[in-house]
Design a protein around this ligand. Sequence first.
Ligand code: ADP
Ligand code: MG
Length: 242
Amino acid sequence: MIEIQDIHKSFGDNHVLKGIDAIFEPGRVSLIIGGSGSGKSTLLKCIVGLHQPEQGKVYFDRQEFTQMDSEDRVSIRRDIGMLFQNSALFDSMTVEQNIVFGLDMFTDMSKKEKIDRANFCLERVNLKGTNKLYPAELSGGMKKRVGIARAISMSPKYLFCDEPNSGLDPATSILIDELIQELTGEYQCTTIVVTHDMNSVMGIGEYILFLHKGEKFWEGSNEEMLQADVAELNNFVFASPL
Ligand code: ADP
Ligand code: MG
């Protein structure tokens, strides 16, 4: 479980996050949604420690991450799998090398174990046989799946995905969502997905944290959102000038 309390983050005069509270439960997919510039990526970065919030607390399974020194943070980081917005694959490395690279940094597996693990994860995301290809040889959806394979290679307790559907066609988008949902069940990980894709919200949003101008605008499940008149929320947030 991940709990955040009263998270504030500014960049200069720009007060981006204005006191966000939320609880993200294990074994389910939580979504952070909101219009462009509402602070979604900033919040995710505060949770993983890429940004230090000026105020507020982040707990990973009741351990306060925000107060930890960098050594203790490493033990939490080992349990985090992250899919970055642009997949963040190294173009000069093969698919397999991209996954092994992460395992090199955080595990002491033998070379063979790392290669076996990389290929197991590729198979898991339906990319068997692509291990010797380079990212440039892959479609956008395949790159996302390599990113997911890399994120799950260390059997994460926490899985974070920033805009996993960006740049994908609707059908591929649904496949990626289903994969994230399946893996969350399989690993019982605490999964947080940042998205502005309303199909994802309706499809996999068991818990939705809706940000607007750096504040929590609404939270609930996809079913509750339907009852809350999603069209109105959607128009208000996504069509409002920022
Ligand atoms: P979202 O992901 O919801 O589109 P972001 O969290 O990326 O929004 O950005 C929210 C606000 O914070 C924007 O005004 C953006 O310009 C600002 N911001 C984000 N990251 C930085 C940064 N590293 N330095 C300065 N300003 C930033
Ligand atoms: Mg963003």
